[in-house]
Each structure stands twice: as C-alpha cells, then as structure tokens.
Design a protein around this ligand. Structure first.
Ligand SMILES: [Zn+2]
Length: 135
C-alpha cells in the first residue's frame, strides 16, 4: 500500500496515524462506495507540527462541545427532577435528551476532525534509571 501524507496528499514516507473509530468508519464507507484508495495514511516530517496542532484543536473543540452539551443536558435533568409535576418518565426523557445533546454536540465538532499520529517508535525518551541514580 502506498503511504500518503494526509495533509498534502502526496506519496511519501511519514509517521502513521492512529486508527480510530472515525478513521475506521470513513474507511468502511469508502469501501462500500468503492472509492477506497487503500492508501496508508501517514504524516510526513514536514507536516508533523501542523498535524499535532490540528489534532489539538479538534480535541479541544470536541471537549468543549461535549461539555456544553453535558451542562445544558444536566440543567434539563435537574429541571425535570425539581419540577413539582415530575414523573419518572419526564426525568428519563431528560436523561435521554442529555445523552443526545452530548452526542450531537460531539458530532458537530467532527468537521474539525483530525486523526492523532502514532508516537515515533523508539523516540529518545529520558531513561528512568538516570533520574533514579541522582537520588
Ligand atoms: Zn505532508
């Protein structure tokens, strides 16, 4: 399989991206539509920094949106619980609505989706025994 940089779409070597639920879903859809290129997605050395930034931005927007959904949903659940005419059904409805809100808000941030890249194998990490010896 050819290795293709996900940012410039050119064939070159790079760090492979992490397979996640979104990547797998996109692959499955492309295979169904028979538009799968079958390429291995990588991030080339020139785009590592950009890839990390875009991933960070996506993660932040995902957390923010899911958080907003959760806060709104929890308020609705509390309103349902403290409603003098509350019923189990209305509380359950509010809880289901809370879950839906979180899902919808998370889905909304998918347009910013960017996969994570695998940490470079064998990256120089500070050996622990060095720090220990100093104690
Ligand atoms: Zn690139």
């Amino acid at each position: 399989m050819a290795k293709v940089c996900i940012i410039d779409r050119e064939e070159k070597a790079g760090i492979p991206i992490k397979e996640d639920i979104v990547i797998n879903a996109i692959r499955a859809i492309k295979r169904k539509l028979r538009i799968s290129t079958g390429n291995d997605l990588v991030v080339c050395a020139a785009h590592v920094e950009e890839a990390k930034k875009r991933r960070e931005r996506f993660e932040r927007s995902l957390m923010t949106s899911a958080g907003i959904g959760a806060v709104l949903g929890i308020i609705l659940v509390l309103l349902a619980i403290f409603n003098p005419n509350r019923s189990i059904v209305s509380v359950l409805q509010a809880i289901i609505f809370l879950l839906l809100l979180v899902l919808i808000m998370a889905a909304l941030s998918l347009y910013q989706y960017f996969p994570a890249i695998k940490e470079r194998a064998g990256a120089p990490s500070r050996p622990r025994h060095v720090a220990k010896r100093r104690r």
